[in-house]
Design a protein around this ligand. Sequence first.
Ligand code: BDP
Length: 716
Amino acid sequence: MKKICSLLLIIAVSFQLKAETGYDLWLRYQPLQNQTVLTTYRQQISGITLGGNAETMKIIGEELQHGLSAMLQKKITVTNKSSSTASLIAATGISPLLAGTEVKKLLAQTGEEGFIILSQNINGQKRIIISGNTDKAVLYGAFHFLRLIQTEQAIHNLQVVSVPKVKLRMLNHWDNMNRTVERGYAGFSLWNWHTLPGYIDPRYIDYARANASIGINGTVLTNVNANATILTKNYLEKVKALADAFRPYGIKVYLTARFSAPIEIGGLKTADPLDEKVRQWWKDKVKEIYQYVPDFGGFVVKANSEGQPGPQDYKRSHTDGANMLAEAVAPFNGIIMWRAFVYSAEKNVDRHKQAYDEFVPLDGSFNKNVMVQVKNGAIDFMPREPFHPLFGAMPKTPLMMEFQVTQEYLGQATNLVYLGPLFKECLEADTYTNGKGSTVAKVLDGSFNKAQTLTGITGVANIGNDINWCGHPFAQANWYAMGRLAWDHSLSAERIAEEWLRMTYSNHPAFLQTASKLMMESRETYVQYSNPIGLHHIMGTGHHYGPAPWVSNLNRPDWNPVYYHKADSIGIGFNRTATGSNALEQYHPEARKIWENMNTCEEKNLLWFHHVPWTFKMKSGRNLWDELCFNYYTGAEKVKTMQQAWAGLEPYVDKQRHDQVRMLLNVQYDEAIWWRNACLLYFQTFSKKPIPANYPQPDKTLEYYKSLRFPLAPGN
Ligand code: BDP
């Protein structure tokens, strides 16, 4: 009987579920389903008193009113009157509304962006205070409070003090000015340059809201493979319009600077950073930008990398280039994020080593307002990659973390892959550069250098104009996780997944249990059926879609998959030990210990650092070849488990969004089989060993897989 009742309840719930597109992201503010929780909240929350009516304050009032009214299904009023008895007060610390409370004391710890949420007794009445030193901080607090309600947390005794761990929490859009998005799998760029500045698409505001809700405070509008046109007057007017729209949400705008812009749009003969005319050109240009955008954040620069122009074209150093721009933006408090993603075809040095070799000698030579922006790993956002050896190796230079949120190498828009665990794996990796516990996160947040004023984490955005913003519905979780971790890198990937699931789908415990497991295992599963045991860079050429470990004919050796896996009759993997490229020496001796010996190397990175014989005995007792087969087969099979898990969640998710994920999981399964078969058939030509008979044998030939072409794959 009990079973039937709960079944009926589930059926009743699912009948009510309205079709959703995913546009509302994690800010859906659906009526709360749990009646007990709802009743308590309805008693606890009556109305809102706002301390002020500046633009950001108004936004806070609107967001709280809209969110709370919708979730509690009751009209929540907003007032500015100090006499009000509303249960919620949202005000900046200086507000008379907060006089006599302990707020002032606490705000001494929260800086410019941190917030507090306190339950207080004021004149015998229970109130909840949301406060910070700036309106922007209160906005973050308001979103946090809404999140507490969305995720059904207790609010009767709140003592929240939350301060972001790094200052710059950003998105890098790789958006081209023609609205294509490099490595974008969610449609075209959100920025409609054609209709700007006249038309402010309401979507720009929703973009800003979503970012503010997770603490993101900066956006780089343009691709790192930059176009100088963005710096022309016509476009600066458009940039200004976006900056004006984002400002009340605490978001600063940044641009990418094409190093050769002085030639391309300035009419100069050179872009030599030591040439006086060039330096003056940048100063003038920057001054012009600040006339349009007085709080312009600064530039991200990709220089002398993959064909982009840079100071080395004039035999100058990265420092010369970065400092020239830094000088230009310094009077306006702007910053330069100079990317360390450099490698050269001319150098016959393991690509893994090149950024470190180039940048470590420059430590201490950059101006104060320069950050060096470093990808999480030394190769390129691989499904699994050891942390970049630059972290911890440039103690006198603030390093900015660059994660990739868009899933270029992790299943693009067809695979459900939650990146929380990938981000965390890197943030928690121990560099040992300041003793045990010198995690990458601590290098980033300035723990080892109290004088460091610039700290930051950025992510290459996965956002486009698809109705649900990110293509795959679960890709939204990666945007969310990126923002949450930039605010607080100590949050666990599980906690973030659960928050997101609650807000995006349902607070139902049965839903959460299954869905959170599904998310938490998804990245490891992807690694298993695509790049197990430390394999990397074996994807298709150009579009990077699907497997192509056989490719060996590209212009540069280090663009070829064969450069990375080095399979031969003896074994497979890249020897990066002292007998090989010795990339390992770039890590602190303590850090490299877990990798340096083939027999003790952690197996998930084994082939990253070692060329391992096919007959090598793995911890499982299997030889390497059988272990490779085991991983590819197990990984692909796990997608079936994901499908089953998702099927079981049907009662909790509206049909439209459920169907979309269901169908994409079918695609994912096909792609997993494709990775598995293509890679094993190819590597088998070296190992000369059979795929164990207990596995279903590939039903297509290696030639078939090699013949596949995707000239129109997205993002390329
Ligand atoms: C690679 C991408 C390429 C980017 C490059 C970069 O394939 O499109 O331009 O990184 O980060 O991952 O500059």
